[in-house]
Design a protein around this ligand. Structure first.
Ligand code: CP
Ligand code: NVA
Length: 346
């Protein structure tokens, strides 16, 4: 009789030679999971997550630590079904890859379910009626909107938690996943220097607030006229005076990145700003993160980008595809950070 062993070995060798990614399925941890405490943790239960502005440093760290624990116990089914029987409605006024997929996969992994809706809000019926209806059927809302006031209106009308999945003002889920990623790469958040090179946009606003609250020094290098939201900048400065962080706005990227532990950038033209594309492309010409700029930072500086990225514009391909880049770790952590938010608020 012919042995099947050579065939099995051939398949194994072939799989290795193709460098297949490791399976997403992990072995369950041994002993009692630290995640047991998540269900008993009520600090954020029922809360809206509209912006980093509304979270304390302790609440931010609770989300990041829960995200890291969920990452380590990803497929321990007995201990991570924190949304069992629960549904989340996802309302998208703008396109998405990461936010859309990670929220839906996250709900599934937590034993719950996500429903996707795409299209403008407030056209077919008032935003407040959307909120009041949806709250009668499901347990949470995640919304990606043009106006920040739309997520606020949803939160005011729906008596279930509302999560901001990106508005024109903030992108809190991104910033939480990003600081989880930074903590994976660096020993502590306090005293680090994070330099954002680019537009003072939604992502920059959330990173600035989070940095200020946890004690990370934050410098934003942008062209004149593209500073972060003035009200949020004032809040960040007030928070920084408590945490000991330094918050700086400059128009000189070369000076800004000296001594940086983290360099971060984002697109120059955000979704909804297409009409200003030509003006912005001109204004940001000297703000590309390229190899020369990276060399001015600390040798172990990491490069971050929320994605999607435009190679040749805000980042050179050599940087985003280079050894210092952690952009896919950031993208992965969107899943874990959002699972943490869902587990703690629903
Ligand atoms: N970073 C981020 O929010 O990606 P998406 O726009 O693809 O959701
Ligand atoms: N600032 C970008 C972020 C995309 C994730 C935008 O709003 O389009």
């Amino acid at each position: 009789m012919l042995s099947v062993l050579p065939v099995i070995n051939y398949i194994k060798d072939k799989a290795l030679s193709l460098r297949l990614p490791p399976s997403q399925r992990m072995a369950p941890p041994e002993g009692e999971s630290p995640l047991q405490k998540v269900l008993k943790e009520n600090a954020l239960r029922g809360r809206d997550i509209l912006g980093i502005k509304d979270l304390s440093a302790q609440e931010i760290m609770l989300i990041i630590e829960t995200a890291q624990a969920l990452k380590e116990h990803k497929f321990d089914e007995t201990q991570t079904l924190f949304a069992k029987g629960q549904s989340l409605v996802m309302l998208f006024e703008k396109p998405s890859l990461r936010t859309r997929i990670t929220f839906e996969a996250g709900m599934t992994q937590l034993g719950g379910h996500a429903i996707n809706m795409e299209g403008p809000l407030g056209v077919r019926e008032p935003v407040s009626d959307v909120g009041k209806n949806v709250a009668r059927w499901v347990d949470g809302i995640m919304a990606r909107t043009f106006l920040h006031s739309t997520v606020e209106e949803l939160a005011a009308s729906a008596n279930i938690p509302v999560i901001n999945g990106l508005s024109d003002l903030e992108h809190p889920c991104q910033a939480l996943a990003d600081f989880q990623t930074i903590l994976e790469q660096k020993p502590a958040l306090k005293g680090l220097k994070l330099v954002f090179v680019g537009d003072g946009n939604n992502v920059a606003n959330s990173l600035m607030l989070l940095a200020a609250k946890v004690g990370t020094n934050f410098t934003l290098a942008c062209p004149e006229g593209f500073e972060p939201n003035a009200e949020l900048l004032n809040i960040a400065k007030a928070e920084a005076s408590i945490s000991g962080a330094k918050i700086e706005i400059t128009h000189n990227p070369v000076e800004a990145v000296k001594g940086a532990d983290v360099i971060y950038t984002d697109v120059w033209v955000s979704m909804g700003e297409e009409a200003c594309k030509d003006e912005k492309m001109k204004a940001f010409t000297d703000f590309q993160v390229d190899g020369k700029l990276m060399q001015l930072a600390k040798p172990d500086c990491i490069f971050m980008h929320c994605l999607p990225a435009h190679r040749g514009e805000e980042t050179a391909a050599e940087v985003i595809d280079g050894a210092q880049s952690v952009v896919y770790d950031q993208a992965e952590n969107r899943l874990h950070a959002q699972k943490a938010i869902l587990s703690l608020i629903l």
